[in-house]
Design a protein around this ligand. Structure first.
Ligand code: ZN
Length: 170
């Protein structure tokens, strides 16, 4: 059974503390339901990989896949992030510039989820995220999942799917 270390627990709490309270509450409900189901736990333990993201961080992410490795890592350094490798730096991970993302508000209107595995690795698995999205929507109907922007329960009709992303406005 995957368990968080004390340090990881603290990181999760810090990330959730920077997220809109209703969104954080829904996440905690969904997480509790997930942890209560041994079959779901086989897919890993949900973790928040990102809540609030500063404009500097957003800039660094936006540079990925658009700027050279040197520029990407320069921006990452400025944002207080650790450097990344060439392959990762060459991959587009966001279409939003700084200030445009729902992560750039404080508290954040969005959070990103992944699944921590037994061996300590972090997995972004669409099928697992689909199952988690149902728990999130069940916890709070106002939540929008990044793989189902029009909230019709279908992911195949979306042009851009941001599978790990959940947001709550209004
Ligand atoms: Zn996101």
């Amino acid at each position: 059974m995957v368990k968080l270390s004390t340090k990881q627990e603290a990181t999760q709490a810090a990330r959730l503390a920077q997220v809109r309270p209703e969104l954080g509450a829904a996440y905690r409900v969904a997480l509790r339901r997930w942890m209560g189901d041994p079959k779901l736990m086989l897919l890993g333990l949900p973790i928040v990989t990102c809540g609030y993201r500063s404009n500097a961080e957003q800039n660094a992410l936006y540079a990925q896949g658009r700027q050279s490795l040197a520029v990407v890592n320069q921006l990452r350094k400025a944002a207080g992030l650790s450097p990344i490798g060439k392959v990762e730096a060459g991959r587009v991970v966001t279409y939003k510039r700084s200030g445009q993302s729902n992560h750039n508000h404080l508290p954040s209107l969005a959070l990103d989820v992944a699944h921590l595995q037994e061996d300590g690795s972090v997995k972004w698995d669409n099928a697992a995220l689909l199952l988690f999205s149902r728990l999130m929507r069940y916890a709070d109907k106002r939540i929008t999942w990044g793989a189902d922007w029009d909230r019709d329960g279908i992911t195949s009709d979306e042009q851009f799917r941001d599978w790990p992303h959940f947001e709550l406005h209004g």
